[in-house]
Ligand binder design. Structure first.
Ligand code: PEP
Ligand code: MG
Length: 753
């Protein structure tokens, strides 16, 4: 007796010959359904293909009326075929017509067939069609037969998705949300507009060969690939760069759990025995699991799906020798990168000239890749839920960072609107560029110092392009984050020297390492904190690990080579912390002097991010040369609101009376003590907010490069005294926010915001 595996192998062999044979795709499909019907001893075999608008169209049949081909159409969910597509699961019914979902289509002549077995045709986790067989008798299909049909459907998916039967763009996502063009909302991680071709950062590995001659050889290939994958994973996770314990251990455990899961491996082996190649078997099992797990709502389980996906991808890499990220491949001229999330270096691997925007499934505005993207002036929309299952490589995508939305496969009207918006944006940019050499002076003659927030060497170029006065905040953690291990003193010295050199005499404020919270170093994590924003981060880490701080200070002193140096300590919550940090600096200055090195003037400042410090402000101001208000963290702590939580993003406003009164107090205290003060949080780079900061007495603003133009434009149209008087009348109001009033003021008084 023939076993189901040998039936399936024989059928797959024939199927391969038909699919590789000549003729049009339609002719091949016609031959395929004939072949399946004969092989599975069914009177009918039909193939339905998903068309735009969630419609399943009969594309080929053996046994039903030929006149119904391309005529019979069922919506997803309609009839048994629609049911199979809607739930992405097989159906095997001895008496199909008595099923409540049975939908009779007279043109097919199917009333004489009683039993039905159908399976979804799946590709890339999406249902793209349904394959069904029918028999006159009330046949009880066996589980093995269902499996055989599933395997056949997998091979057939290649023909359906090949682009010859229907345009590839017509293949719809499984949840049916996308009817071709699709608009999805997310969170703005960086403003701006960009259009390009979707490139998946981690491309799904395309299985090329589906049918294998020799299952034993394939099982051996699987065994070898699993072994290689284990070794590689072990190597990866035991690398010397990784500290003991921590998050990666959990990740490894999860990986190991899946990788050693006998169920997972035996499912793959079974699929190989039915005639699939090892890679096709991995893909099949993965597609099945993905579809099942996609229906699960539990976020923990869904998260595990990502792990499983990574693992299947790794195994495919070992089997096909394919791999790496899209950065290593030929890229289109205009690229919109799409991924779950990525590290800053991964982004820098791409050719900047081709990048037009980024779309993430995850992400927060302060994540490192967002900060890097800001430096590169790329629009970024994050937290676009499930975007990876709705986008394919090659789709046209518009990233609208300004309005926190993404258009996938946009129609002509949206593309036109985009083109108009882009022209307007470019005109604006040109007008900002024209302002480059104009002074940053308000209408009433107040000079404003405009500085850059930086963290990458590319930012130094912006210093020239934007005509900024210096770097008001150099986030030293960014180069730290972009490395596989902690850079040593010579490496840091070299980097800081480059920055000082390239600034060509303009001041650079180096902020000491500000990691933790959501800025994690891959090799150095605080594990499992409940409240990372309030956790072991920033100055708390570097005071607890004084060697790290001392190495950094040593490198900064050496890099300055006797030139003026500005050092700023982040997250200072009390004067005692500043004193401790300063003592470390003094030790390093002494060390350098003893070594005979040149030490020039060193200006020391702190960030003001923790409200508690304001209650020791007088003492603080006696000890520092400057203060910079970090409004991002300051508002987080003022309002007790996690700055990475999108649910709370709009809840409180920096333009609220409370926040502004607080800033006003800080600024006037600094002025009275003759200590320069700046603002370097995101607030400083937004024209309306910057306008208000100027009215509160701030004269130095530090912001990302793309904000310099709009802020300069604003301040050159601003007459401060009347605004100061108006603001005075607002600060005592009980309002939630003063935004609307201040916006109206700006519009009424011709301030360009
Ligand atoms: C801030 O908190 O405002 C700030 C500038 O620091 P960062 O955004 O790097 O935390
Ligand atoms: Mg901060």
């Amino acid at each position: 007796m023939l076993t189901s595996a040998s039936v399936s192998r024989r059928l797959l062999g024939r199927l391969r010959d038909v699919m590789a044979g000549g003729g049009s795709a339609q002719e091949r499909l016609n031959n395929v359904v004939k072949l399946i019907a004969a092989d599975m001893v069914a009177e009918v075999c039909s193939c339905y293909v998903m068309r735009a608008g969630e419609v399943l169209e009969l594309f080929a049949t053996e046994g039903l009326q030929q006149g119904a081909v391309h005529q019979t159409r069922l919506r997803v969910g309609e009839g048994l075929i629609g049911d199979i597509a809607a739930h992405a699961r097989p159906l095997a019914l001895a008496d199909a017509q008595s099923h409540p979902n049975f939908a009779y289509r007279p043109e097919t002549g199917e009333e004489i067939f009683h039993s039905l077995m159908g399976v979804p045709i799946i590709r890339g986790g999406r249902v793209i069609g349904v394959l069904a067989v029918q028999n006159r008798t009330r046949r009880h299909y066996q589980d093995e037969e269902v499996e055989t049909l599933e395997t056949v459907a997998m091979v057939l998916a290649e023909l359906v998705a090949g682009g010859e039967l229907i345009r590839r763009e017509e293949l719809l996502p499984i949840d049916g949300l996308a009817v071709l063009p699709l608009r999805m909302e997310g969170v703005r991680l960086n403003a701006g507009l960009g259009m390009g071709t979707a490139v998946l950062h981690q491309p799904r590995i395309a299985v090329q060969k589906f049918v294998a001659e020799d299952p034993n050889a394939e099982l051996e290939r699987l065994r070898r690939a699993l072994g290689e994958m284990h070794l590689k994973l072990k190597e990866l996770f035991s690398s010397a760069d990784l500290a003991e314990g921590g998050e990666h251990v959990d990740i490894f455990e999860t990986y190991r759990m899946f990788a050693e899961d006998a169920g997972w491996i035996s499912k793959i082996s079974e699929a190989i025995r039915t005639g699939l190649t090892a890679e096709a078997a991995v893909q099949k099992v993965h597609d099945d699991t993905r579809l099942r797990m996609n229906q699960v709502i539990d976020p923990y389980i869904r998260e595990r799906l990502h792990d499983l996906e990574d693992l299947a991808n790794r195994l495919l890499q070992h089997l096909t020798g394919d791999g790496g990220t899209a950065a290593e491949r030929d890229l289109p001229d205009d690229v919109v990168l799409v991924c779950r999330s990525m590290g800053p270096t991964e982004l820098l691997d791409y050719d900047r000239q081709r990048l037009r925007g980024l779309v993430f499934e995850e992400g927060s505005p302060t994540m490192h890749v967002a900060i890097v993207a800001r430096a590169l002036d790329l629009p970024v929309v994050g937290r676009v839920k499930d975007v990876l299952s709705k986008i394919e490589t090659g789709d046209l995508v518009i990233v609208d960072g300004d309005n926190q939305q993404v258009f996938i496969r946009p129609g002509d009207d949206v593309q036109e609107a985009f083109a108009t918006a882009l022209v307007a944006r470019q005109a604006k940019k040109a007008s900002y560029a024209a302002l480059r050499d104009e002074p940053a002076v308000t209408l009433d003659g107040q000079h404003v110092t405009l500085m850059l927030n930086a963290g990458l060497l590319v930012d130094l170029q912006h210093l020239k392009d934007m005509g900024a006065d210096g770097i008001g905040l150099y986030r030293t953690e960014i180069p730290f984050m972009a490395r596989p291990s902690l850079p040593d003193v010579p490496a840091q010295t070299m980097l800081y020297r480059k920055i000082i050199d390239q600034a060509e005499g303009k001041p650079v404020v180096f902020r000491t390492l500000d990691v933790g919270g959501d800025k994690l170093l891959p090799y150095w994590n605080a594990d499992g904190e409940d409240n990372p924003a309030l956790g072991w981060r920033s100055i708390r880490i570097t005071l607890d690990r004084p060697a790290v701080m001392r190495h950094q200070l040593r490198a900064l002193i050496r890099a300055a080579e006797g030139r003026e140096l500005r050092i700023m300590f982040p997250m200072i919550a009390e004067v005692a912390e500043l004193d401790k940090a300063r003592a470390l600096l003094d030790q390093e200055v002494e060390r350098e002097r003893q070594r005979g090195g040149a030490v020039g003037e060193i200006k020391v400042g702190t960030m003001l991010e923790v409200p508690a410090l304001a209650w020791q402000f007088e003492q603080l101001l006696k000890r520092v040369d400057f203060v910079s208000i970090g409004s991002n963290d300051l508002s987080q702590f003022m309002f007790a609101v996690d700055r990475t939580n999108p649910r709370l993003a709009e809840r409180y406003d920096v333009l609220s009376p409370g926040m502004l009164r607080f800033i006003s107090y800080l600024v006037s205290s600094c002025r009275n003590a003759d200590v320069p003060v700046s603002v370097c949080g995101e607030m400083a780079g937004r024209p309306l907010e910057a306008m208000v900061l100027l009215a509160l007495g701030v004269r130095t603003l530090s912001m990302s490069a793309p904000s310099i133009g709009p802020v300069k434009c604003m301040l050159r149209s601003l007459d401060l005294p009347p605004l100061e008087r108006y603001l005075d009348t607002l600060l005592d109001l009980p309002d939630h926010s003063l935004r609307e009033k201040l916006k109206s003021y700006a519009i009424d008084h011709g301030v360009v915001i």
